[in-house]
Design a protein around this ligand. Structure first.
Ligand SMILES: Nc1nc2c(c(=O)[nH]1)N[C@H]1C(S)=C(S)[C@@H](COP(=O)(O)OP(=O)(O)OC[C@H]3O[C@@H](n4cnc5c(=O)[nH]c(N)nc54)[C@H](O)[C@@H]3O)O[C@H]1N2
Ligand SMILES: Nc1nc2c(c(=O)[nH]1)N[C@H]1C(S)=C(S)[C@@H](COP(=O)(O)OP(=O)(O)OC[C@H]3O[C@@H](n4cnc5c(=O)[nH]c(N)nc54)[C@H](O)[C@@H]3O)O[C@H]1N2
Ligand code: SF4
Ligand SMILES: [Mo]
Length: 576
């Protein structure tokens, strides 16, 4: 029996007991003895067994030779390392050490939470997260654009018995049993948050004492919220005055956790949305207090210092012009499915002389790559991981040996040797990461210096005060079409594992179950079979992340702040 942790890109970062070839959730701490479909069936999913060069199987030694010449031949500035989040553990970054030291280009920006994070940083001066363990101490939980049954199930036992509010255009599983569900029109959270702040103030529900100390511009912010027309806005966002009243009634004078997901910020103004939600939390005085706050996606690397050299020229991972490079190495990512604007990505990547895919599973990107190098899964290599949803840190020692694939450290050490770049032993880096762990009274490990209740002495801005939005740019001329909702599905982790194949529509729209339709936007189109889902609004089209072709529909424009992809910006239409 040995302990490790789930490597996947997920809030929960579960701790695992590995016993006789079986993965079980650790009974201690937040994992509470259960995993999820991904890990329950982890080793049943087929992984790539052998390297390939131009479609023909080769040995690992031949693959490493081929990789070496693909790196030796071009100038360093013609080489790009594009890293995704297939594995979230800390040793994944070791390859950046090699490529940065060589003078190659790396990627920056976000396909995920970047817009929201930028908004939080603008308001608070930093993005220190409210961890899972604090959410457990609240009276009321607002799930705002977060689908916990699918993406963060370990929060569910912690919120049992609390008052639950859900703000989501979809009637998610948690919405069905919530005390209040506001099924607003997509992309109207900014307006809703401003209205909530405005009515809270009118009803004298704001925390004056807190605001005077840490957000003294709140009167100006209130004036700003007065610029929105109440009736017209309520009509636009499809929320009633009664629902606003009900929400305020539930949260006033309570310990409230606003548990926000990426759903609210997949738009160009995603930063403003999170900043407005934060402002509502500030009006309620939710920061620096037990059981209160906004739980979004923190940085899993908060308080961890990288031992690697990662200083390099960077290009955005949202709209990357791959064609500028002669060799593109793709690690832990499936950009031909998961980057926005797939038609553009395909065109750009098709002009690259050497595309290298370094991953576990076959997918669109492995199919298009010249060189495919299988990775080793987390069970076969040493690592350490942290989370963006809580402050735990887990050691992930190798569980067994395998002849299949190569680990990130092994691959990078080989390249460093061949190109004369200094690299330490693997154990040096593992010990380095372990040194950030500290034991709590109950024996669990957490990251040193990460606060469970951040902002107790004010915010991380220059004068310790929250910076409210000071101008509004509310989109008034909406484009035609239906809203695309593209969120996470239960049995896939983005494009890993069991991927969805359908477009979900409200049954009243008149399309038959299994009917084939073409969904299109200004960026492109995709042909999919219809499944009915009456938990959707009639103006929404749901296509899950990982569905083949979904990103034909999405734009490679970036969010105004945060260098982030905006998967729900484009409207779509359905045709038979
Ligand atoms: N099973 C599973 N778990 C996962 C993943 C997975 O693919 N599968 N992916 C992981 C990753 S990479 C991430 S980033 C996290 C993300 O996890 P979540 O933050 O939960 O993200 P999503 O599922 O994208 O969206 C959450 C909710 O936002 C709602 N939503 C969509 N548009 C809007 C809107 O305009 N306003 C509001 N208020 N709500 C809206 C959706 O209906 C959905 O219920 O999950 C992680 N966990
Ligand atoms: N339409 C739409 N698009 C989206 C989203 C959405 O909600 N809707 N979500 C976005 C978000 S939030 C995210 S985070 C991105 C995710 O996008 P990606 O980072 O591309 O994630 P995955 O699709 O999970 O692909 C992960 C890859 O990592 C490989 N892998 C797994 N483990 C390892 C390992 O240990 N080593 C190596 N080398 N490889 C490994 C897998 O085989 C797989 O190829 O997608 C974004 N794209
Ligand atoms: S819930 Fe998340 S961290 Fe836990 S086993 Fe599933 S994917 Fe891994
Ligand atoms: Mo993500």
């Amino acid at each position: 029996m040995s302990k490790t942790a789930c490597p996947l890109d997920c809030y929960d970062a579960c701790e695992i007991i590995y016993e006789e070839g079986r993965l079980k959730g650790s009974k201690e701490g937040y994992t509470q003895g259960f995993l999820c479909p991904h890990l329950n069936h982890y080793e049943k999913h087929q992984i790539i067994q052998k390297p390939r060069l131009n479609g023909s199987e080769i040995s690992m030694n031949e693959a490493l030779e081929a990789l070496k010449s693909m790196i030796r031949e071009p100038a360093p500035n013609e080489i790009l390392l594009y890293r995704g989040s297939g594995n979230f553990a800390l040793m994944q970054e070791v390859s950046e050490h090699f490529f940065a030291s060589l003078g190659a280009t790396l990627a920056n920006g976000s396909l995920c939470d970047g817009a929201g994070e930028a908004g939080i940083e603008e308001g608070r001066g930093s993005n220190k997260n409210m961890p899972l363990t604090e959410v457990a101490k609240s009276d009321v939980v607002i799930f705002w654009g977060r689908n916990p049954h699918v993406t963060s199930s370990h929060i569910l036992p912690l919120v049992k018995g609390k008052a639950i509010i859900v703000i989501d255009p979809v009637k998610t599983q948690i919405a069905k049993s919530a005390d209040l569900h506001i099924q607003l029109k997509p992309h109207t959270d900014l307006e809703l948050a401003l209205l909530l702040s405005r009515f809270l103030y009118i009803e004298h529900g704001h925390d004056k004492e807190f605001l005077d100390s840490y957000a003294s511009d709140y009167e100006d912010f209130h004036s700003l919220t007065q610029n929105i027309r109440i009736k017209a806005t309520l009509d636009k966002i499809d929320v009633s005055l009664g629902q606003i009243g009900d929400l305020l009634h539930l949260v006033k004078d309570k310990k409230v956790a606003i548990v926000c997901g990426v759903g609210v910020q997949k738009y160009r103004d995603g930063a403003e949305v999170l900043r407005a939600i934060d402002a509502f939390a500030v009006m309620l005085g939710l920061f620096g207090k037990e059981g209160c706050g906004v739980s979004y996606l923190g940085s899993s690397r908060a308080n961890i210092i990288s031992p690697f050299n990662t200083k390099a020229p960077r290009v955005s991972k949202v709209d990357t012009d791959f064609s500028k490079f002669k060799t593109v190495v793709i690690q832990g990512s499936n950009p031909l499915s998961q980057m926005p604007d797939t038609l553009r990505v395909r065109e750009s990547l098709s002009k690259v002389k050497n595309v290298v895919y370094f991953g576990l599973h076959e997918n669109e990107t492995s199919e298009a790559a010249h060189l495919v190098i299988p990775a080793k899964s987390f069970l076969y290599k040493n690592d350490v991981r942290t989370s963006y949803g809580h402050n735990g840190i887990s050691f992930m020692p190798k569980q067994k040996d395998s002849d299949v694939g190569i680990g990130e450290y092994e691959l990078s050490a080989y390249l460093c040797r061949e190109f004369g770049i200094a690299i330490e032993d693997e154990s040096f880096y593992i010990e380095h990461f372990k040194s950030f762990a500290q034991e709590a009274n109950d024996g669990t490990l957490y990251v040193k210096g990460r606060e469970n209740i951040p902002y107790q002495d004010g915010f991380d801005t220059e004068n310790k005060e929250f910076v409210f939005l000071d101008e509004l740019d509310l989109d008034t001329n909406e484009s035609e079409g239906m809203f695309l909702i593209s969120s996470k599905s239960l049995k896939s982790l983005n494009s890993q594992f069991e991927r969805q194949e359908s477009v979900y529509l409200h049954s009243s729209l008149g399309y038959g179950e299994d009917e084939e339709v073409v969904v299109s936007s200004k960026s492109g189109s995709v042909r999919l079979r219809v499944k009915h889902n009456d938990d959707l609004r009639k103006d929404c089209v749901l296509i899950y992340s990982g569905t083949k072709g979904v990103n034909n529909l999405t734009t490679s424009k970036r969010s105004f702040s945060g260098n982030s992809a905006i998967f729900q910006e484009n409207k779509v239409e359905i045709n038979r």
